[in-house]
Design a protein around this ligand. Structure first.
Ligand code: FES
Length: 93
């Protein structure tokens, strides 16, 4: 694969646009199955960097409703990693 022409969708797990398109073309018609097969959203950012992009792509290619796909997922706070020490008394500065 020519790395210069690759579009990375999930940076944490190195999932490319081509990986997703091939999986959809192979017959995967369920977003959760696609996610599990390619490990989209299973990286350290827990999908903050890729889940919506992958869902949009899936919706466009399969004709599904993006809102219905996204509504199955819970986006949990905090939105940025916070060291545990800030939740304890010892973390006060
Ligand atoms: S970019 Fe996909 S899990 Fe982080």
């Amino acid at each position: 694969m020519d790395r210069e022409k690759v579009t990375i969708i999930c940076r944490c797990n190195d999932v490319t646009l081509e990986d997703i398109l091939k999986a959809i073309e192979s017959g995967i018609d369920d977003f959760e199955l696609l996610r599990k097969k390619l490990k989209i959203g299973f990286g350290p950012c827990q999908g903050r960097g890729c889940l919506v992009i992958a869902a949009r792509l899936f919706a466009r290619k399969t004709g599904r409703n993006l809102g219905e796909i996204i509504s199955n997922y819970t986006f949990r706070p905090p939105l940025v990693p916070i060291p545990v020490k800030y939740f304890t008394r010892g973390g006060e500065k």
